[in-house]
Design a protein around this ligand. Sequence first.
Ligand SMILES: Cc1cc2nc3c(=O)[nH]c(=O)nc-3n(C[C@H](O)[C@H](O)[C@H](O)COP(=O)(O)OP(=O)(O)OC[C@H]3O[C@@H](n4cnc5c(N)ncnc54)[C@H](O)[C@@H]3O)c2cc1C
Length: 416
Amino acid sequence: MNTHTLPHVVIVGAGFGGLQTAQKLAHAPVAITLIDRYNYHLFQPLLYQIAIAGLVPSQIAYPLRTIFRRQKNLTFQMGEVTSIDFDSRYVRTNGSVIAYDYLVLAIGGQTNFYGLQGVEENGFQLKSIEDATGTRNHLLRMFERADREADPDKRRALLTFIVVGGGPTGVETAGALAELISHVMTKDYPDMDLKETRVLLIEATGHVMATYPDELRKSTMDLLQSKNVEILLNTRLTDYDGQRVTLADGSHINGYTLIWTAGVRAADLTNRLGVQQVASGRVRVEPTLQLPGHPEVFVIGDSAYFEDGNHQPLPMLATVAQQEARAAARNIQRILKREQPQPFHYKDPGLLATIGRNAAVARIWGLSFSGFVAWVIWVFLHIYRLIGFRNRLEVLINWAWDYFFYDNQVRLITRE
Ligand SMILES: Cc1cc2nc3c(=O)[nH]c(=O)nc-3n(C[C@H](O)[C@H](O)[C@H](O)COP(=O)(O)OP(=O)(O)OC[C@H]3O[C@@H](n4cnc5c(N)ncnc54)[C@H](O)[C@@H]3O)c2cc1C
């Protein structure tokens, strides 16, 4: 295909939204440039599995040049987009300037620490591969240090793991961490007293899984408690110094590990675009996902602020980003055919989160499930959604091995 004379679509971000947009435009009469700071697509929902030594990064990330090897109308460029000139229609990266006819911004989000500097500096987050492997190294190192620590108070602090945020990521991380300790670490450290280990889940509101129906919130609490996760509801954290959490009521919890999953905001670049930002820095978009005043620009995914029929912003979820991507790709093709772009409508596919072995909660087709059935659905859906047959097979084998042998195979402390 001679792409030189075709309209140029630049897609920034090769996460869930950007990838899907590029794939949906594969047969459109456009030339696409896809830009990302990484050379891989990352399946973020399984990052916590790297942190708890269940999977290796290559199993949840896939090289972009391999994904698009056969897509002749697409060029990939690895680079950091630093600014965008909407009037002159070009994107500046840390090594190039790229002009566009249509622009799709799918730059995702980043952790929101709500100004808690101590947490940002001393806590762990799960947003990138580096974050997840850093968390894994730290968690495993805590067991090594506890194993040779003679002071019981210090040992307990080393073995106290605090997860902040009772949403799906926090719940999944806390559940998996509790199982790593009870199923695996107790075998690696036979002298360890399980009573000295604690996994705490701290949540500022009165519920875990705030967006889930009541019956699933209750099931989540029961499942977590059955795995010995201590849940502190209506508890707000105000500081963390790396060894001690301070709570809003002035009390303290000693712990050398804090994993923050309590907030997401739009990616940094949105602050430098001079566009209207709403809650969590997300960019307000038209019902057609176009940027107000710039119909050739589409913003999708975590960085876009789009209200549903109840005037609530759509959640920052992969399913939202993917549906918006399909709508943006359709609208670009409509504009090329001189048709009006159509408003986007989100179809809620349901809710699904795992809490560990044989334990998950799901809301699908209006029905709520919890326990083993929900867990089987979770396992197979996540394997299906991974990119690449090899990754799917490897994850399936890994999980089957861990399931039957009560093992988390990636218990490696590597240099950072
Ligand atoms: C730990 C975790 C668990 C999650 N679990 C679930 C789940 O179970 N179910 C679910 O539906 N969702 C889940 N999510 C949310 C889901 O991952 C996001 O909603 C989704 O990734 C958003 O897609 P996106 O395309 O908007 O952004 P992303 O997928 O984040 O992609 C954004 C891309 O833009 C790139 N980028 C950003 N800025 C720049 C720049 N300046 N220059 C170049 N490239 C840039 C990034 O490198 C990235 O590749 C989870 C998220 C996390 C972090």
